[in-house]
Design a protein around this ligand. Structure first.
Ligand code: SAM
Length: 257
């Protein structure tokens, strides 16, 4: 997909998230949304860090199952111990719809031949999968780790989304892994509604979903224990404190094919 120009005045989900993580890949417009969000929900930077921790646990889980290739859909800006740094022997394709995230990702990842960054909308799998980098690095005959971490809550229900989920499932060879984390309204629906309004400025709103709705994204896959749970409770590392997990307003689950 040709990359549209970067508009520093329009906030972007990837750069706002980077601001929550204390990163430097963001503009004033992004920091304004991040600051206002943190005023409404002071937990937000911790939520962002906990989500990245889930990403790392999932990549370790998939790697331990022998997965050596990852399709990271809605990858954002891959800082802070990202997929390629955990799965050091795997091939990784990052896909993001935000041209700034793509540019920063390419800059950060340098010329590592086992990692590529593709500009694309995950709801258009035929375009994503036809990208030369995807064809080069992802072997459809081999199990793949498909990551949709903190991205589906930007996408409303649509026939295109349903079809895309089906297409990725059909691409996935037996043994593949699908990981999803997703915003949950939990006990702060009013705050999240106001945050969703702020995110409207990015061009895509924030749509928290229920456990049942998130489980539906795994149709055709087999959820592994403990199923779709509060993010910090998905197979925490020894020593992780999961007290107040519901306050992270994140649901997370992992399934295998
Ligand atoms: C909150 S960030 C999550 C980044 C990363 N997955 C993580 O959890 O650390 C969400 C990312 O999804 C991207 N995104 C939103 N809609 C998308 C779409 N339809 N296709 C691909 N990427 C999308 C945004 O641009 C943003 O970079």
């Amino acid at each position: 997909m040709p990359e549209p120009p970067i508009d520093p005045n329009r906030p972007s989900a990837a750069r706002i998230y980077d601001a929550f993580l204390g990163g430097t890949h963001n503009f004033a417009a992004d920091r304004a949304v991040a600051d206002r969000t943190a005023e409404l929900l002071p937990m937000t930077p911790r939520i962002a860090r906990a989500n990245r921790a889930f990403l790392r646990r999932v990549v370790r889980f998939a790697t331990a199952r022998g997965i050596r290739q990852f399709l990271d859909l809605g990858s954002g800006i891959p800082t802070q111990q990202n997929v390629h740094e955990i799965a050091t022997e795997a091939r990784v394709v990052h896909v993001d719809v935000d041209p700034a995230a793509v540019l920063y990702s390419r800059h950060l990842l340098g010329d590592d031949s086992r990692v590529a960054v593709v500009h694309g909308d995950l709801r258009q799998p035929s375009l994503v999968l036809a990208e030369p980098a995807v064809r080069k690095l992802i072997d459809p005959g081999e199990p793949v780790g498909i990551l949709m971490v903190a991205v589906l809550h930007f996408l409303p229900e649509s026939p295109a989304l349903t079809a895309a989920l089906r297409d990725y499932r059909e691409l996935a060879a037996p043994g593949s892994v699908l990981a999803i984390s997703h915003a949950a309204a939990g006990e702060s629906p009013a705050e999240l509604e106001r945050i969703a309004d702020l995110y409207n400025r990015t061009g895509s709103s924030l749509l928290p979903r229920t456990t049942e709705q998130v489980e539906r994204f795994f149709d055709g896959w087999r959820l592994v224990e403990p199923g779709v749970v509060q993010g910090p409770e998905w197979r925490p590392d020894p020593g992780d404190d999961t007290t107040g997990a519901a306050g992270y307003l994140t649901l997370a689950g992992v399934a295998v094919r």
